[in-house]
Design a protein around this ligand. Sequence first.
Ligand code: 1GP
Length: 259
Amino acid sequence: MTRSILETLKERTAGNRKSLAVLIDPDTIQEAGSLRNLLDLCQECCVDYFFVGGSLLTHNSLSSIIQQIRNVTDIPVILFPGNNMQIDLSADGILFLSLISGRNPELLIGQHVVAAPILKGSNMEILPTGYLLVGNERNSSVAYMSNTNPIPADKYSVAASTAMAGEMLGLQLIYLDGGSGVNECIQPRMIASVKKNTNCPLIIGGGINSKEKARSVLRAGADVIVIGNALETDPHVLIPIAEAVYEVNQANNLSAKRS
Ligand code: 1GP
């Protein structure tokens, strides 16, 4: 029997095996040729998951993007919805995100109530996810769109306590997001603090655009890293980032065998 996405992620996390997710924003990848090239590259780089979504979709292309991914690969497609309009039942799963770093009831529970009956009747796997926005920019587009303040980048214990509360409420994944295209990734100390205090698979995204940054985020405790914006400028940056995932996994394997 095929394992569910969540079971696989939990198993990998327990075995200290890291995963690589590529974020495809349907709004920024309109050209079929560039999507095809990216998909081929993702296959070569052994990408584990596609996340599909964006904070603001202005084109109605979600379904067609998912179909194009399906035509080329078997890599699971997981919706990463900016709001409850971004649901397409042809995906394998959905990050059912509760924005627990914020205090906007619509994004904590409101939109979920609207989406629940639609999701209930689908075959899509629901992945209950505590979503934490982190960063010092109160005027970033994600802060504006979500009408919330992110957790300041150096408030490690606030992030850890928020993630702990999310886990205690039954959320199964924790996603720390520094925002798409930011210069600085989430600080390793914050990642380590959340990792130390929770057992859920930990997803980290925002500004990972080099092998060094990927390695540092993985070593700090990320179980899944998400790469989006950097691939829009140069898709080939995926190669060194995938190498970082591979190398950290190899090193973890070796130390597990020694102990
Ligand atoms: C953004 O975490 C994702 O919500 C990915 O970030 O686009 O900066 O890679 P980037």
